[in-house]
Ligand binder design. Structure first.
Ligand code: NDP
Ligand code: MG
Length: 397
């Protein structure tokens, strides 16, 4: 039996993880479930899975949860704050940590799990994007294991040799990172600035949280994934080619020197990579219905249009610059996406904001968490100021 802590249990990835675990009760038990502030949802999950700990980042919400669970889950200890998240990520009873908090706020709890030498199931790509060098160093130092949950990276992992130690040694020519192109792939460019948050979060193939859905529509998600792949598989950005594949059936491919391309195919359902990473190196059922090849009428592959997806270009520039540039990119994007969801800026202003912040911020070597944290905070302020100044100008005009 393996003990599992789920950081971000109430989200899309967290819920899918619990669904997989519920089908495999003889193999896994839940040590801790965490969320930000959704009391009712987390309480229902606790009543179903009876974890040792439940954590809400928000202390007021944690008090409500404590009262709510008093009679139904008397053995579940309720904690709060970042300290609570970090504590359960490192708890001795837990073997595996699903890192599925959205955004930079997931970094510290995920690193706590790394430092405790756990198996990390990484969905929270923002953590790796902002701190890649430190994250990978800590992983090695503490003997932790990193398994990718992001469907593309999980696919790449599955298409690589088991003893992978670098692209050259494995005879890999390049990685083909697939992207759906999001909901606006075929929308006339001049309509992009008028799209609403509701349209942006309605992804054609996947059901996901709001932030990653907007990132998919701008293709910043693919940019973050290029950076994620560079760290996970020790690759240079020019070893990764983004391929738009609207059907989301092939989840990514690895091209070898001999001309072979190995692909991983499956339903667009996150329970497949989740079950893969939980069971690895074995395999187990995930609840995903089998892919019927006879239902697939076509598989298309297109080059990404950088005019439509400027965020992809910005992410490429950030990884080429290195250091804190990727933390700055990520922070500016988080602020801009929230402003778009709050209807303060247009969809097309997300890329404009990120570009502005990247041009303005000094970039340093990202060798400590302190430097990374400072870059993250300054980039957030810079993005907020830019958004406010744009709003003031629009008001004057
Ligand atoms: P959701 O928005 O659905 O869920 C986010 C989770 O994080 C919720 O449990 C939320 O709690 C919690 N959370 C948010 N803010 C905080 C905070 N300040 N402190 C503690 N917990 C917090 O996101 P997804 O599940 O879609 O995505 C999670 C991560 O996985 C993201 O990094 C995303 O990029 C990545 N990912 C997701 C995929 C998907 O298919 N959904 C695919 C590949 C990667 P609460 O409910 O209380 O707000
Ligand atoms: Mg992905």
């Amino acid at each position: 039996m393996k003990g599992v802590t789920i950081l971000g249990a109430t989200g899309t990835i967290g819920t899918n993880t619990l669904d997989v675990i519920a089908r495999q009760r003889d193999k896994f038990f839940v040590v801790a479930l965490t969320a930000h502030s959704q009391v009712e949802r987390l309480a229902e999950q606790c009543e179903q899975h009876h974890p040792r700990f439940a954590v809400l980042h928000d202390p007021r919400a944690a008090e409500q949860l404590q009262r709510r669970l008093h009679t139904t889950c008397p053995d579940t200890r309720v904690l709060s704050g970042e300290a609570g998240l970090c504590q359960v990520a490192a708890d001795p009873a837990c073997d595996y940590v699903m890192a599925a908090i959205v955004g930079a706020v997931g970094l510290k709890p995920t690193l706590a799990a790394v430092r405790a030498g756990k198996r990390i199931l990484l969905a929270n790509k923002e953590a790796l994007v902002m701190s890649g060098e430190v994250f990978m160093r800590e992983l090695r130092e503490h003997g932790a294991q990193l398994l990718p949950i992001d469907s593309e990276h999980n696919a790449i992992f599955q298409c690589m040799p088991a003893d992978y130690s670098g692209a050259d040694a494995a005879g890999i020519r390049r990685i083909l990172l697939t992207a759906s192109g999001g909901p606006f792939r075929a929308l006339p460019l001049e309509h992009l600035m008028l799209v609403t948050p509701e349209q942006a979060i309605a992804h054609p193939n996947w059901t996901m949280g709001k932030k990653i859905s907007v990132d998919s529509a701008t293709m910043m998600n693919k940019g973050l994934e290029v950076i994620e792949a560079c760290w996970l598989f020790d690759l240079k950005p020019n070893q990764i080619e983004v391929v738009v594949h609207p059907q989301s059936i092939i989840h990514s491919m690895v091209e070898y020197l001999d001309g072979s391309i190995i692909a991983q195919l499956g339903q667009p359902d996150m329970r497949t990579p989740i079950a893969h990473a939980l069971a690895w190196p074995a395999r187990m059922a995930s609840g995903v219905k089998p892919l019927n090849l006879f239902d697939i009428t076509k598989l298309e592959f297109l080059r990404p249009d950088l005019q439509r997806y400027p965020c992809l270009q910005l992410a490429h520039e950030a990884i080429e610059r290195g250091g804190t540039a990727t933390a700055v990119l990520n922070a500016a994007n988080e602020i801009a996406v929230q402003a778009f969801l709050d209807r303060k800026i247009a969809f097309t202003s997300i890329a404009v904001t990120v570009e502005h912040v990247l041009a303005k911020m000094p970039i340093a070597a990202a060798t400590t968490l302190e430097v990374i944290g400072n870059a993250d905070q300054h980039a957030r302020c810079c993005a907020q100021e830019f958004i406010q100044s744009q709003a003031r100008r629009a008001g004057v005009l």
